[in-house]
Design a protein around this ligand. Structure first.
Ligand code: RM4
Ligand code: NI
Length: 290
């Protein structure tokens, strides 16, 4: 049986969704999954990261994300030091403002964790010593806020976490490694979908953007996200619609048009298929409390 690490054991009782764990050094840690995600920054030493049947060597500057359900472990450690930032992606509403428009964000948080599940795939983000120093500075400030828990710590810790993610996403975007570039091209198509989600999908244009033939683009997209581009877009539209149902007073038909559906009956069917309830019922169930 694979051990499952529970949120209640790793986050403070106030339930704040970010925790910093320093592993100086990381002790051998057997295979496990978590109820939370992890952002791992290797600071020094050597060791192997094992996920399922695959393993790869780690070195200072490597950064990767492990989504909760993904089993992983550390082995053959030679004084490996790392910082493990535990976080709850749902509670943090990570796709805030225009983060989704940054391809490096999707490369690190959307594509890599999914891709790693099916392919021999190493972490691709490798920070230069200067970039690592910058990130470690942010981690120190974040850690201080989380230790002190002074009034306002939640706001500041969230801001520091977001700043770190934005910075890492930009570093990813600067990467010259051919594998990173390939992943970034796919990530760009996801960013494009997110920023143009109300427009009709154009697969030729997306394939161009990814610098691939249409066939290989669709194949690569599926391999990386487990969905076709069209299915991915519909999911994005439904998520956006759900958020509008919660936070606006627009009618269901208006929302359907806003997120790019031409027919509100079709919208309602897709909504029900994905979220299990009709848009009206969803709105009622998620009405803010007076
Ligand atoms: C371990 C190791 C694991 C992490 C737990 C919280 O030392 O870093 O990956 O899930 O801590
Ligand atoms: Ni872990």
């Amino acid at each position: 049986m694979i051990r499952l690490l529970k949120s209640a054991d790793w986050f403070r009782p106030d339930g704040f969704p970010i925790a910093v764990e320093r592993r100086d050094p990381q002790e051998p840690f057997g295979i496990h999954t978590h109820e939370f995600s992890e952002l791992v920054i290797i600071t020094s030493g050597r060791g192997w990261h094992v996920t399922g049947d695959e393993s790869w060597p780690l070195a200072a500057g490597d950064v990767f994300v492990i989504s909760g359900h993904r089993p992983h472990s550390y082995q053959s450690l030679a004084d490996l030091h790392l910082i493990n930032i535990l976080f709850q992606p749902r509670q943090l509403k990570m796709e805030m403002v225009d983060l989704g428009a940054l391809p490096g964000f999707h490369a690190l948080f959307t594509l890599e964790p999914a891709w790693r599940q099916r392919h021999q795939f190493n972490s691709r983000l490798h920070l230069t010593p200067q970039e690592l120093a910058m990130v470690l500075g942010l981690v120190d400030q974040l850690d201080k806020e989380l230790q002190g828990r002074a009034p306002g710590f939640g706001f500041l810790a969230t801001a520091l976490f977001m700043q770190m993610i934005g910075y890492l996403a930009r570093c990813y975007g600067r990467s010259r490694h051919p594998d990173s570039r390939a992943l970034l091209r796919l990530a760009q198509t996801i960013s494009h979908l997110e920023t143009h989600l109300a427009e009709p999908i154009n697969l030729d244009e997306m394939a161009n953007r990814a610098e691939m033939s249409k066939r290989s683009f669709i194949r690569a997209f599926r391999a990386a996200t487990d969905r076709t581009p069209v299915a991915y877009l519909i999911q994005l539209r439904i998520n956006r619609a759900a958020s509008l149902l919660r936070h606006s007073t627009d009618s269901v038909t208006e929302i359907a048009f806003k997120v790019g559906f031409e027919d509100s009956n079709y919208f309602t069917r897709q909504f029900r298929k994905i979220l299990g309830v009709s848009p009206r019922r969803y709105r009622r169930e998620h009405a803010p409390e007076e």
